[in-house]
Design a protein around this ligand. Structure first.
Ligand code: SF4
Length: 347
């Protein structure tokens, strides 16, 4: 049965309606940390009609639906704040209630002057899911100012044109030959740095909190300097833990096996590990010199400081050990994942 068929759900009323359609009895609720303060409200509302269990585990996104012991006997998983990842074969009916910023955010025309100053006229638009509606408005506004706006086409891991995730910048790649630069409609720097790492063209973030356009290359250069300082420490590593994360949307066991083979071929001593819970102390106990993590790239890039040893993405490993062309940094991106047979509860 294909569970990837749900329309866009933006309100909790829609969630309730969808559950009724599904004739669900038992529901697993997953919330990101930012929505956990509202857990009583959601739980009480769902409990009026359904038996509800809330997952208190930290969860990453639509790539993470917990483990079969948690979701095995529920009729449906309700996940708040994310959009589905279309090419994941979910083992249960899923309801994703997306969180989108819908308020009217006025951006002054002068904000876009840096693009004019640099002679950029053809602009690739990207966004994080929360700002997908805002991206459409920004695009229309920029068109009215005389810019030519192109929204990137996503691959099968992404739901919407222009949408980027920390693990997928296909919307940027698809239009790289067509545009002068990119504008990421978002907040903060994370998605824009990822887009800059994935592209040689200039990337700007249109910060919807600050209502400012910020060039992200200087920040990306600082990120890369810090990153390479860590990566160079891995060059002397001999004992390597190669980790496959069993989260349904992060499981790249074929890639993990390939890294093991590559590590052996250059005389390293690799161990292949499965995990669903990344704990730095596990690798410390194994006395390994470095970790190559094939799950979410954010673990290596954002949480690396928690690990006592270098933790590398697969392309970083291949670059540092000379397995692939090492002339430029390659962002780790997830396009597809391997099927986890033991988690397949499909009818
Ligand atoms: S793999 Fe990481 S970046 Fe990609 S959807 Fe999951 S949590 Fe987000």
């Amino acid at each position: 049965m294909d569970y990837n068929v749900w329309p866009v759900i933006k309100t909790f009323d829609d969630v309730m309606e969808k559950l009724q359609e599904l004739n669900a009895k038992k529901v697993l609720l997953q919330l990101p940390d930012g929505l956990k303060p509202h857990v009583f409200q959601y739980f009480n509302r769902l409990s009026e009609k359904y038996s509800v269990v809330v997952s208190s585990d930290p969860f990453y996104g639509a790539c993470d639906i917990s483990t079969p012991d948690v979701y095995g006997d529920v009729d449906c998983i309700v996940q708040l704040g994310h959009s589905e990842i279309p090419n994941i074969k979910y083992p249960k009916p899923m309801i994703f209630m997306e969180y989108r910023v819908e308020k009217d955010i006025q951006i002054d025309e002068s904000v876009f002057q840096p693009l004019r100053d640099l002679g950029y006229s053809k602009i690739g638009l990207l966004c994080s899911i929360q700002y997908i509606d805002q991206m459409q408005k920004v695009g229309a506004f920029m068109n009215s100012m005389g810019f030519e706006v192109v929204v990137g086409r996503q691959d099968q891991r992404m739901k919407y044109p222009g949408q980027v995730l920390g693990c997928n910048f296909s919307a940027a790649h698809s239009i790289s030959a067509e545009v002068d630069c990119y504008v990421v409609v978002s907040t903060g720097k994370f998605h824009a740095i990822g887009a800059q790492l994935a592209s040689s063209k200039d990337v700007f973030v249109l910060d919807m909190h600050e209502r400012r356009l910020n060039e992200i290359r200087p920040e990306t250069d600082r990120f890369l300097r810090r990153r390479y300082a860590k990566l160079y420490k891995a060059r002397d590593a001999r004992k390597i833990c190669v980790v496959a994360d069993t989260k349904i949307g992060q499981y790249r066991i074929k890639l993990a096996n390939k890294i093991v083979e590559q590590a052996k071929s250059i005389g390293l001593e690799p161990v292949l590990l499965n995990t669903n819970d990344v704990r730095p102390s596990d690798y410390e106990n194994m006395r390994c010199d470095a970790v190559v993590f094939t799950g979410c790239p954010r673990v290596s890039l954002d949480e690396g400081d928690k690990f006592p040893m270098p933790i590398l993405t697969p392309p970083e490993f291949q670059q540092i050990f000379g397995i692939k062309d090492n002339s430029r940094y390659v962002m780790d991106e997830i396009v597809g994942v391997d099927e986890i047979v033991s988690q397949d509860f499909t009818d």
